[in-house]
Design a protein around this ligand. Structure first.
Ligand code: GLC
Ligand code: CA
Length: 542
């Protein structure tokens, strides 16, 4: 395994949308065996760990994020034996596996919820969140769910409402209940005992609700439905995350908690690490992760803050741009670009930005080849059926990985559950493998640099200021004198700039990576960068 203890402090974690990575049996649905078949690609890419989206039995109201059995594999994704094989084969290649732990809610088809709704007297009734309605028949509160509609559903046979932060098919579990808590910790023990290196924790912001159940004068207002003081990031969350951390720390091999911490301010994100660094090691930074524009000043603001406030306190900052819930970075940051060549240039810049950050980086499958969102028209035309029971806008970023040309895109010998899209015919792994100038080779080179230059993963980030407003620049340095300069031109025009900052820039002695030959070395006269130009260079010692 790579990195020994605390490997996660400088890791690159690759998110796999299991349904869409590789189908091994021709049913059009990606599966665990398929991932095992593609491990060589991931090893060659050079990632440290894989986060797999939920592969547990589920009625698929929210594609696996509605779990009906936490301790098994859904037949469409394989078997527990397939999981064991995947752990072993990944381990042989130096990669770890993270399980997606859906802590906030189960499926309404989970045996626990069926029992809970069977009668008010059932001992499991309070494993979920039940309330009486208002005297006039309205739900207990006027809160909205994150997926739209009321956050409460009426259960006629027992005459009460249950709470769901997400879909009605995803009832929130009640973390106040000691037996429920223990049952959830047993789930964690199950996967840790079966070789998981840790968890990606789903929707951690929403574990508790305000016990006063306040009326909201403006349910859709403020920072939004999922960011209310009564339903998000409650103080009660911390005890659960501390307990889970103690539990995972009890296992050898530096297990880790990676959190979907949808927090929109830095003090909140800092709290997610725990007051004593005793909660999640890796809460994701959504402030950077949700940006839709490459504005050098805003990027600098978020990067400077993350490194100063988070890394500066000994925590590990977590950087990403893509995941299974949001527009793919290639499409998002390239929205205003002239053509695909320019979108590729932008993608070179965003992956260089991510992979030169000291700390931990998440890549979403397909980012290494600049996978695009499925265009709206193709998404609208994508058929529904048993493999795809409901349409979800987010499916645009969940298309099958295009491995090669041909009808199933190398993903499946059958009909993929979701079309890989027209673009897949010409943009796929095999084609990029053959072109040395492709994004795939670029991403591999970045990962290789990150491996061969410890400063790029473990150095101290030093902010630089640029005389040109489109240029984002920083250096990373280790106490032993290793230092690397990164300069990124976040614009479609060639620029010249002078850099200034915390390090007295001693000049470059080696260009480690440049996006094109218009990138000039740093000299006393300044630095030249072509459109969307990327420069990564090691700095000369004084
Ligand atoms: C998280 C997941 C998302 C899911 C939701 C409800 O936000 O990333 O895909 O729909 O939780 O589980
Ligand atoms: Ca399959």
């Amino acid at each position: 395994m790579s990195g020994g203890t605390e490997w996660w402090r400088h890791a690159v974690i690759y998110e796999i949308y299991v349904r869409s990575f590789q189908d091994s049996n021709g049913d059009g649905i990606g599966d665990l065996k398929g991932i095992t078949q593609r491990l060589d690609h991931l090893q060659q890419l050079g990632v440290d760990a894989l986060w797999l989206t939920p592969f547990f039995p589920s009625p698929n109201a929210d594609f696996g994020y509605d779990v009906s059995d936490y301790c098994d594999v859904a037949p469409e994704y394989g078997t527990l034996a397939d999981w064991d094989e995947l752990v072993a084969e990944a381990g042989r290649r130096g990669m770890r596996l993270l399980v997606d732990f859906v802590m906030n809610h189960s499926s309404d088809q989970h045996a626990w919820f069926r029992a809970a709704r069977s009668s008010r007297e059932h001992p499991m009734r309070d494993w979920y969140v039940w309330r009486d309605g208002q005297p006039d028949g309205r739900p207990p509160t006027n809160w909205d769910s994150i997926f739209g509609g009321p956050a409460w559903t009426y259960d006629a046979p027992t005459g009460q409402w249950y709470y769901h932060a997400f879909l009605p098919e995803q009832p929130d579990i009640n973390w106040h209940h000691p037996a429920l808590r223990e049952a959830m910790y047993d789930v964690a023990r199950f996967w840790l005992g079966r070789g998981a290196a840790g968890f990606r924790l789903d929707a951690t912001a929403h574990l508790f609700e305000d016990p006063a159940w306040p009326h909201d004068p403006d349910p859709a207002g403020g920072a939004g439905v999922g960011q209310k003081a009564y339903n998000a990031n409650r103080p009660e969350n911390h005890a659960v995350l501390r307990e889970l951390r103690q539990l995972t720390d009890g296992y050898d091999g530096a297990r880790v908690l990676l959190g979907e911490s949808t927090i929109d301010h830095l003090p909140g994100l800092l709290q997610a690490y725990g007051a004593a660094g005793d909660e999640m090691q890796l809460p994701m930074n959504f402030m950077l992760g949700r940006l839709t524009q490459l504005d050098a000043a805003r990027l600098k603001h978020h990067l400077d803050a993350a490194h100063h406030e988070i890394a500066g306190r000994g925590h590990t900052p977590v950087f990403f741009f893509g995941n299974h819930d949001q527009h793919r970075p290639w499409s998002r940051f390239g929205a205003a670009a002239r053509d695909d060549a320019e979108r590729d240039a932008i993608a070179r810049l965003t992956s260089a930005l991510l992979l030169t950050q000291p700390g931990t980086v998440l890549l979403y499958y397909g980012e290494e080849i600049g996978l695009a969102d499925l265009p709206d028209s193709e998404l609208a035309a994508a058929p529904l059926g048993p493999q795809r029971p409901r349409a979800d806008d987010r499916d645009r970023c969940r298309t099958p990985m295009p491995w090669s040309a041909g009808p199933g895109a190398g993903f499946s010998s059958g009909t993929p559950w979701l079309p890989a899209g027209k673009r897949a015919a010409t943009r796929h792994v095999e084609q990029q493998e053959a072109e040395t100038g492709s994004l795939l080779h670029w991403t591999r080179r970045l990962l290789a640099l990150r491996r061969s230059h410890p400063v790029l993963r473990a150095g101290r980030y030093l902010p630089l200021s640029s005389s040109h407003p489109s240029v984002l620049a920083y250096a990373v340095a280790l106490p032993d004198g290793q230092a690397v300069l990164v300069a990124l031109n976040c614009s479609a025009a060639a620029v010249s700039t002078r850099l200034d900052g915390a390090v007295a820039l001693p000049g470059c002695d080696a260009l480690l990576l440049a996006s094109d030959d218009t990138v000039g070395l740093l000299t006393s006269a300044g630095l030249k960068l072509g459109a969307w130009g990327v420069l990564v260079a090691s700095l000369r010692q004084r």
